[in-house]
Design a protein around this ligand. Sequence first.
Ligand code: NAD
Length: 303
Amino acid sequence: MGSTGMTRIAFIGLGNMGGGMAANQARAQHQVSAFDLSAAALDKAVAAGCRAAGSAAEAVKDAQVVITMLPAGPHVRSVYGEQVLVHAPKSALLIDCSTIDVDSARAVAVQARAAGFRFADAPVSGGIMAAEAGTLAFMVGCDDADFAAVQAALEPMARVTIHAGEPGAGQAAKICNNMLLGVSMLGTCEAFALAEKLGLAAERFFAIASQSSGQCWSVNTYCPVPGVGPATPADRHYEGGFATAMMLKDLKLAQDAAAKAGASTPMGAQAEALYALFDANGFGGKDFSAVLQMLRGRLGELN
Ligand code: NAD
């Protein structure tokens, strides 16, 4: 599997992310049987070297590996429950790369195991560009015995693949990481907004914070202030990058999981509220670092 020869892969969900990911599997000389409800998405995958299947059932029928990249939990539950688990050979390795709620991931894993399949949840970090470049980071929840096979199957799409633990642990890792990112970005934006009010030049504050105890990815690598630090979406009018709507989705998943697990996550709750407000102002398509402009009271400049 993976780099050791041709594998028959079924790929379901060929949207912004799945399109590039399926193309990388085809480029790695695997035989990719692709399906999406959208004919346009399917056509793109065919142009990238995949074969079109008429349904999810047809795509998986003699697959060695099934990969799904769907919008949310309900889609994953229905595609596995009604198609994959019914029509794929039991020997197929099932990998869901969508970002979904932990409960759905665990429920599908239990169902898959009961039906005799190996299943992994493997959500990704990295956006559309990383999907196209084959440089995604995968966080994997699966049985120890299955990890090597999962890693090999993901290899053409991956920069790094990390085993987080049992099924469901990949989704848990993803939402904990993104909750931390949402909180750290808001903290970074607040600090730059306060520095500005105090008459401190943004580039001087960047030089100091990025080398002091305030350093973090949101400051050092993804600074929300245009013209400061390495090039980021802030330098492209906050276009591209990681959309606010996506961050909001992940923060909602984190709050949902926290409520169910009885965890206290007040900063995550605050981050969700602030990103929901920013999204409600019409900026769901802007990079999540653009929330700086709301904290500066300069939302108008984003239009
Ligand atoms: P998208 O909406 O562009 O693609 C999803 C695709 O799934 C669509 O083409 C849709 O037609 C298809 N689909 C839905 N139901 C289906 C079904 N029953 N059968 C077959 N196809 C079906 O979404 P995306 O941006 O590619 O994101 C996919 C997942 O990856 C989401 O869970 C998202 O949270 C996650 N993610 C996205 C990004 C990003 O930057 N876009 C980054 C990391 C993770």
